[in-house]
Design a binder for this molecule. Structure first.
Ligand SMILES: NC(=O)C1=CN([C@@H]2O[C@H](COP(=O)(O)OP(=O)(O)OC[C@H]3O[C@@H](n4cnc5c(N)ncnc54)[C@H](OP(=O)(O)O)[C@@H]3O)[C@@H](O)[C@H]2O)C=CC1
Ligand SMILES: Nc1nc2c(c(=O)[nH]1)N=C([C@H](O)[C@@H](O)CO)CN2
Length: 241
Protein backbone atom coordinates (compact mmCIF):
# COMPACT_ATOMS: atom_id res chain seq x y z
CA UNK A 1 0.00 0.00 0.00
CA UNK A 2 1.61 3.26 -1.09
CA UNK A 3 1.73 5.70 1.72
CA UNK A 4 -0.06 8.91 0.73
CA UNK A 5 2.54 11.60 1.12
CA UNK A 6 0.91 14.13 3.41
CA UNK A 7 0.72 17.48 1.68
CA UNK A 8 3.37 19.85 2.93
CA UNK A 9 1.98 22.74 5.01
CA UNK A 10 1.85 26.41 4.15
CA UNK A 11 3.46 28.62 6.80
CA UNK A 12 1.71 31.94 7.50
CA UNK A 13 3.33 34.45 9.82
CA UNK A 14 0.92 36.53 11.91
CA UNK A 15 -1.91 34.11 11.23
CA UNK A 16 -4.05 34.69 14.32
CA UNK A 17 -6.07 37.65 13.11
CA UNK A 18 -7.33 39.66 10.13
CA UNK A 19 -5.67 38.90 6.77
CA UNK A 20 -3.35 36.19 8.10
CA UNK A 21 -6.28 34.44 9.79
CA UNK A 22 -8.39 34.65 6.62
CA UNK A 23 -5.53 33.08 4.64
CA UNK A 24 -5.16 30.27 7.18
CA UNK A 25 -8.89 29.54 7.22
CA UNK A 26 -9.06 29.52 3.39
CA UNK A 27 -6.19 27.05 3.05
CA UNK A 28 -7.60 24.78 5.77
CA UNK A 29 -10.95 24.86 3.95
CA UNK A 30 -9.06 23.50 0.90
CA UNK A 31 -7.54 20.73 3.08
CA UNK A 32 -4.12 22.34 2.77
CA UNK A 33 -2.19 21.94 6.04
CA UNK A 34 -1.27 25.18 7.76
CA UNK A 35 1.33 26.33 10.27
CA UNK A 36 0.76 29.80 11.70
CA UNK A 37 2.92 31.98 13.87
CA UNK A 38 1.17 34.12 16.45
CA UNK A 39 2.50 36.65 18.93
CA UNK A 40 -0.52 37.20 21.20
CA UNK A 41 -2.91 34.28 21.86
CA UNK A 42 -6.10 35.53 20.14
CA UNK A 43 -9.35 33.51 20.55
CA UNK A 44 -9.28 32.57 16.84
CA UNK A 45 -6.36 30.23 17.57
CA UNK A 46 -8.70 27.72 19.22
CA UNK A 47 -10.74 27.44 16.03
CA UNK A 48 -7.62 27.14 13.88
CA UNK A 49 -6.34 24.31 16.08
CA UNK A 50 -9.73 22.55 15.88
CA UNK A 51 -9.40 22.72 12.08
CA UNK A 52 -5.96 21.12 12.31
CA UNK A 53 -3.64 24.10 12.12
CA UNK A 54 -0.32 23.99 13.93
CA UNK A 55 -0.03 27.26 15.86
CA UNK A 56 3.42 28.29 17.08
CA UNK A 57 3.99 31.30 19.33
CA UNK A 58 6.72 33.60 18.03
CA UNK A 59 7.90 37.17 18.49
CA UNK A 60 10.06 38.45 15.65
CA UNK A 61 11.17 41.54 17.63
CA UNK A 62 14.68 40.10 17.81
CA UNK A 63 16.68 37.68 15.69
CA UNK A 64 16.76 35.04 18.42
CA UNK A 65 12.97 34.92 18.27
CA UNK A 66 13.02 34.51 14.49
CA UNK A 67 15.65 31.76 14.57
CA UNK A 68 13.92 29.93 17.42
CA UNK A 69 10.69 29.96 15.40
CA UNK A 70 12.49 28.57 12.34
CA UNK A 71 13.83 25.72 14.50
CA UNK A 72 10.32 24.93 15.77
CA UNK A 73 9.00 24.87 12.18
CA UNK A 74 11.78 22.46 11.10
CA UNK A 75 10.94 20.27 14.08
CA UNK A 76 7.33 20.13 12.87
CA UNK A 77 7.88 19.49 9.15
CA UNK A 78 10.67 18.62 6.72
CA UNK A 79 8.85 20.23 3.79
CA UNK A 80 6.84 23.42 3.26
CA UNK A 81 4.41 24.08 0.39
CA UNK A 82 4.90 27.76 0.99
CA UNK A 83 5.71 30.65 3.29
CA UNK A 84 3.45 33.70 3.41
CA UNK A 85 5.21 36.59 5.16
CA UNK A 86 2.20 38.44 6.51
CA UNK A 87 3.38 39.48 9.99
CA UNK A 88 3.70 43.23 10.18
CA UNK A 89 3.35 46.34 12.33
CA UNK A 90 1.97 49.54 10.79
CA UNK A 91 3.87 52.08 12.86
CA UNK A 92 3.97 55.79 12.12
CA UNK A 93 6.78 58.12 13.11
CA UNK A 94 5.94 59.66 16.46
CA UNK A 95 7.52 62.28 18.75
CA UNK A 96 7.29 59.73 21.59
CA UNK A 97 9.56 57.21 19.85
CA UNK A 98 13.17 57.87 18.81
CA UNK A 99 13.26 57.51 15.00
CA UNK A 100 16.09 54.99 15.23
CA UNK A 101 13.80 52.74 17.30
CA UNK A 102 10.98 53.03 14.77
CA UNK A 103 13.26 52.13 11.87
CA UNK A 104 14.82 49.24 13.84
CA UNK A 105 11.39 47.83 14.63
CA UNK A 106 10.20 48.10 11.04
CA UNK A 107 13.33 46.48 9.65
CA UNK A 108 13.11 43.71 12.24
CA UNK A 109 9.58 42.60 11.35
CA UNK A 110 9.50 43.39 7.62
CA UNK A 111 13.10 42.57 6.60
CA UNK A 112 14.96 40.47 9.17
CA UNK A 113 12.05 38.07 9.75
CA UNK A 114 11.33 37.25 6.08
CA UNK A 115 15.06 37.24 5.19
CA UNK A 116 16.12 34.90 7.99
CA UNK A 117 13.09 32.61 7.65
CA UNK A 118 13.58 32.27 3.89
CA UNK A 119 17.22 31.29 4.44
CA UNK A 120 16.62 29.07 7.46
CA UNK A 121 13.72 27.23 5.76
CA UNK A 122 15.12 27.06 2.21
CA UNK A 123 15.67 23.29 2.35
CA UNK A 124 12.06 22.81 3.49
CA UNK A 125 10.92 24.64 0.34
CA UNK A 126 13.24 22.87 -2.10
CA UNK A 127 13.06 19.27 -3.34
CA UNK A 128 9.38 19.35 -4.42
CA UNK A 129 9.86 19.78 -8.16
CA UNK A 130 9.52 22.76 -10.46
CA UNK A 131 7.16 25.34 -8.96
CA UNK A 132 6.79 22.97 -6.02
CA UNK A 133 6.76 25.73 -3.41
CA UNK A 134 6.06 29.45 -2.98
CA UNK A 135 7.23 32.41 -0.98
CA UNK A 136 4.82 35.35 -0.82
CA UNK A 137 5.97 38.66 0.69
CA UNK A 138 3.05 40.87 1.66
CA UNK A 139 4.31 44.40 1.13
CA UNK A 140 2.24 47.57 0.58
CA UNK A 141 1.15 50.00 -2.15
CA UNK A 142 3.32 52.67 -0.50
CA UNK A 143 6.43 50.85 -1.77
CA UNK A 144 5.84 52.64 -5.09
CA UNK A 145 5.05 56.09 -3.72
CA UNK A 146 6.39 56.40 -0.18
CA UNK A 147 4.49 57.61 2.86
CA UNK A 148 5.21 60.86 4.71
CA UNK A 149 3.68 59.54 7.96
CA UNK A 150 5.07 55.96 7.79
CA UNK A 151 8.59 56.55 6.42
CA UNK A 152 10.33 53.64 8.16
CA UNK A 153 7.39 51.32 7.53
CA UNK A 154 7.41 52.16 3.82
CA UNK A 155 11.19 51.81 3.51
CA UNK A 156 11.13 48.41 5.20
CA UNK A 157 8.35 47.19 2.92
CA UNK A 158 10.39 48.41 -0.07
CA UNK A 159 13.31 46.30 1.14
CA UNK A 160 10.95 43.35 1.46
CA UNK A 161 9.76 43.95 -2.10
CA UNK A 162 13.33 43.98 -3.36
CA UNK A 163 13.98 40.65 -1.65
CA UNK A 164 11.28 39.18 -3.89
CA UNK A 165 13.57 39.81 -6.88
CA UNK A 166 16.61 38.31 -5.17
CA UNK A 167 14.94 35.22 -3.75
CA UNK A 168 13.08 34.63 -7.04
CA UNK A 169 16.47 34.51 -8.83
CA UNK A 170 18.04 32.35 -6.12
CA UNK A 171 15.28 29.75 -5.71
CA UNK A 172 13.86 29.28 -9.24
CA UNK A 173 12.58 26.99 -10.66
CA UNK A 174 11.76 24.99 -7.53
CA UNK A 175 10.33 27.93 -5.61
CA UNK A 176 8.26 30.83 -6.96
CA UNK A 177 8.68 34.13 -5.08
CA UNK A 178 6.16 36.99 -5.38
CA UNK A 179 5.05 40.14 -3.59
CA UNK A 180 1.50 41.19 -2.92
CA UNK A 181 1.21 44.98 -2.54
CA UNK A 182 -2.14 45.95 -0.99
CA UNK A 183 -3.53 49.40 -0.43
CA UNK A 184 -6.56 49.66 1.90
CA UNK A 185 -7.88 46.16 2.53
CA UNK A 186 -9.24 46.26 6.05
CA UNK A 187 -9.71 49.14 8.50
CA UNK A 188 -8.62 48.82 12.10
CA UNK A 189 -11.31 48.94 14.80
CA UNK A 190 -10.10 52.28 16.12
CA UNK A 191 -10.16 54.01 12.70
CA UNK A 192 -12.69 56.85 13.08
CA UNK A 193 -15.28 57.96 10.49
CA UNK A 194 -13.19 60.88 9.27
CA UNK A 195 -10.17 58.66 8.67
CA UNK A 196 -12.30 56.02 6.95
CA UNK A 197 -13.85 58.58 4.61
CA UNK A 198 -10.41 59.99 3.78
CA UNK A 199 -8.93 56.53 3.16
CA UNK A 200 -11.84 55.37 0.97
CA UNK A 201 -11.45 58.45 -1.22
CA UNK A 202 -7.81 57.63 -1.96
CA UNK A 203 -8.77 54.91 -4.47
CA UNK A 204 -10.94 54.83 -7.61
CA UNK A 205 -13.07 51.99 -6.21
CA UNK A 206 -13.72 53.73 -2.86
CA UNK A 207 -14.39 50.54 -0.89
CA UNK A 208 -12.89 48.60 1.99
CA UNK A 209 -12.60 45.32 0.05
CA UNK A 210 -11.82 42.96 2.93
CA UNK A 211 -9.48 40.00 3.29
CA UNK A 212 -11.05 38.07 0.41
CA UNK A 213 -9.09 40.09 -2.14
CA UNK A 214 -5.81 38.84 -0.68
CA UNK A 215 -7.13 35.29 -0.24
CA UNK A 216 -8.13 35.12 -3.92
CA UNK A 217 -4.75 36.43 -5.11
CA UNK A 218 -2.81 34.02 -2.88
CA UNK A 219 -4.87 31.15 -4.33
CA UNK A 220 -4.01 32.31 -7.86
CA UNK A 221 -0.28 32.58 -7.13
CA UNK A 222 -0.14 29.17 -5.40
CA UNK A 223 -1.88 27.53 -8.39
CA UNK A 224 0.45 29.09 -10.96
CA UNK A 225 3.41 27.18 -12.42
CA UNK A 226 4.89 30.28 -14.03
CA UNK A 227 4.31 33.49 -12.09
CA UNK A 228 7.40 34.52 -10.14
CA UNK A 229 9.52 37.56 -9.33
CA UNK A 230 6.64 39.97 -9.60
CA UNK A 231 4.68 42.38 -7.42
CA UNK A 232 0.90 41.93 -7.59
CA UNK A 233 -0.98 45.09 -6.62
CA UNK A 234 -4.35 45.07 -4.86
CA UNK A 235 -5.09 48.79 -4.58
CA UNK A 236 -8.47 49.73 -6.09
CA UNK A 237 -6.82 51.98 -8.68
CA UNK A 238 -5.23 54.12 -6.00
CA UNK A 239 -2.25 55.03 -8.21
CA UNK A 240 -4.63 56.71 -10.68
CA UNK A 241 -6.22 59.03 -8.13
N1 LIG B 1 -4.96 45.93 6.52
C1 LIG B 1 -4.71 46.65 5.42
O1 LIG B 1 -5.56 47.42 4.93
C2 LIG B 1 -3.38 46.53 4.75
C3 LIG B 1 -2.48 45.51 5.11
N2 LIG B 1 -1.27 45.42 4.46
C4 LIG B 1 -0.36 44.32 4.81
O2 LIG B 1 -1.06 43.09 4.83
C5 LIG B 1 -0.56 42.25 5.90
C6 LIG B 1 -1.70 41.87 6.84
O3 LIG B 1 -2.35 43.07 7.24
P1 LIG B 1 -3.23 43.06 8.59
O4 LIG B 1 -3.97 41.78 8.70
O5 LIG B 1 -3.98 44.35 8.64
O6 LIG B 1 -2.08 43.07 9.68
P2 LIG B 1 -2.19 43.37 11.27
O7 LIG B 1 -1.35 44.56 11.53
O8 LIG B 1 -3.60 43.38 11.69
O9 LIG B 1 -1.55 42.03 11.87
C7 LIG B 1 -0.29 41.61 11.51
C8 LIG B 1 0.08 40.39 12.34
O10 LIG B 1 1.48 40.48 12.54
C9 LIG B 1 1.76 40.15 13.89
N3 LIG B 1 2.98 40.80 14.37
C10 LIG B 1 3.20 42.12 14.50
N4 LIG B 1 4.42 42.34 15.04
C11 LIG B 1 4.96 41.11 15.27
C12 LIG B 1 6.19 40.66 15.83
N5 LIG B 1 7.11 41.51 16.29
N6 LIG B 1 6.40 39.33 15.92
C13 LIG B 1 5.47 38.45 15.47
N7 LIG B 1 4.29 38.80 14.92
C14 LIG B 1 4.05 40.13 14.84
C15 LIG B 1 0.54 40.60 14.67
O11 LIG B 1 0.48 39.87 15.89
P3 LIG B 1 -0.01 40.61 17.25
O12 LIG B 1 -1.31 41.28 16.93
O13 LIG B 1 -0.11 39.50 18.24
O14 LIG B 1 1.07 41.62 17.58
C16 LIG B 1 -0.58 40.29 13.71
O15 LIG B 1 -1.07 38.99 13.92
C17 LIG B 1 0.55 43.06 6.57
O16 LIG B 1 1.81 42.69 6.06
C18 LIG B 1 0.22 44.49 6.19
O17 LIG B 1 1.37 45.34 6.21
C19 LIG B 1 -0.87 46.33 3.53
C20 LIG B 1 -1.71 47.36 3.17
C21 LIG B 1 -3.03 47.49 3.72
N1 LIG C 1 0.45 45.66 9.44
C1 LIG C 1 -0.43 46.49 8.89
N2 LIG C 1 -0.08 47.22 7.80
C2 LIG C 1 -0.98 48.09 7.28
C3 LIG C 1 -2.25 48.23 7.82
C4 LIG C 1 -2.59 47.45 8.97
O1 LIG C 1 -3.71 47.54 9.50
N3 LIG C 1 -1.66 46.60 9.46
N4 LIG C 1 -3.16 49.09 7.30
C5 LIG C 1 -2.83 49.89 6.27
C6 LIG C 1 -3.87 50.86 5.78
O2 LIG C 1 -5.07 50.17 5.47
C7 LIG C 1 -3.48 51.70 4.60
O3 LIG C 1 -3.26 50.87 3.49
C8 LIG C 1 -4.64 52.63 4.28
O4 LIG C 1 -4.18 53.70 3.54
C9 LIG C 1 -1.49 49.86 5.64
N5 LIG C 1 -0.64 48.84 6.22
Amino acid sequence: MTELTPAAPVLITGGAKRIGLALAESLLQQNIPVIVSYRHPYPALDSLREKGACCIQADFSDNAGILAFAEKVRAKTSKLRGIIHNASAWVAESPETPPQDTMAMMLQIHVYAPYLLNIELEECLRGQGTAGADIIHITDFVVEKGSKKHIAYSASKAALDNMTLSFARKLAPEVKVNSIAPALILFNPDDDAEYREHALNKSLMKIEPGEGEIVALVDYILRSNYVTGRTHCVDGGRRLR
